[in-house]
Design a binder for this molecule. Structure first.
Ligand SMILES: [Mg+2]
Length: 260
């Protein structure tokens, strides 16, 4: 007898169903919400060293024009990092997992960082200095520990982050080969919903693309507002309706929607 019960195999089959590639034409009055790392740019060992290619910059610029500003980047990174690299007026950006919002009209909504972020960051930096290959990334509303260059330290990193989160009242946010301590509250779904309350996003059919678990609330928010999500990367249990294989497939698909 299957220890998980007779329905486990059925549930597995349902959650692992193949997902189609998204339609080649965006809905008539759509808005687009794009994750950054792992969606528009490949994941790399040193997140600060990420390069935004001319192709990506041109694509984002063209999409923003085609959608008449109904385009936002929704990222776990701090918003200013993406703003500097894409350097595009009128682009919406939600940073720090939806906690910092930069609206297309230039207005912003940015909460104050709790002191616990800096305190936890100091402790992480001290521990990281004693272990080669661990990077500490400080953000306005969080601090991340990257162990992509030292995967054997995953258990150690997660345990340390868990203890610090509990001690400082911070939220633990696991990612791909990284774990982040961040101010409690907010997620990408909340960010998508915030944009959809305001022009030019209000009343549109939202489409959200992302690769990470943190994108799932974004997919759910898009679906709740009559749109859909696109999972980027390997199939998993997801709120997304469609799937694309990786960054190059995302870029090709987005370019295709511009030709449609
Ligand atoms: Mg991502």
């Amino acid at each position: 007898m299957d220890p998980q019960g007779p329905h486990a195999a059925v549930a597995f089959a349902v959650t692992q169903r193949a997902l189609d590639v998204p339609p080649s034409v965006l809905p008539a009055h759509s808005s687009l919400f794009l994750d950054f790392d792992g969606t528009l740019v490949d994941l790399i060992d040193r997140p600060d060293a990420v390069q935004v290619t001319d192709r990506v910059r041109a694509l984002v610029t063209a999409l923003c024009a085609r959608l008449e500003g109904r385009l936002a980047i929704v990222t776990g990174r701090e918003a200013s990092f993406v703003r500097e690299r894409l350097a595009l007026e009128g682009l919406g950006i939600a940073g720090s997992h939806g906690q910092e919002i930069h609206f297309p009209d230039g207005s912003t909504s940015i909460p104050e960082a709790p002191a616990a972020i800096a305190e936890a960051g100091e402790v992480l930096a001290r521990h990281a200095a004693a272990h080669g290959g661990i990077l500490v990334e400080r953000k306005p509303l969080g601090v991340a520990l990257h162990y992509r260059m030292a995967p054997h330290l995953e258990g150690w990193s997660l345990a340390l982050a868990h203890d610090l989160a509990a001690a400082h009242g911070l939220q633990l946010q696991p990612g791909k080969m990284m774990v982040e301590l961040r101010a409690p509250g907010g997620d990408k779904g909340g960010a998508v919903a915030r944009f959809l309350e305001t022009p030019p996003f209000a009343g549109t059919e939202p489409v959200m693309l992302g690769d990470d678990l943190t994108d799932e609330p974004g997919f759910a928010a898009a679906a709740a507002h009559g749109g859909w999500g696109v999972l980027v990367g390997p199939l998993r249990k997801t709120e997304a309706r469609y799937r694309l294989e990786g960054v190059q497939h995302v870029l090709a698909w987005l370019e295709g929607t511009l030709r449609a």
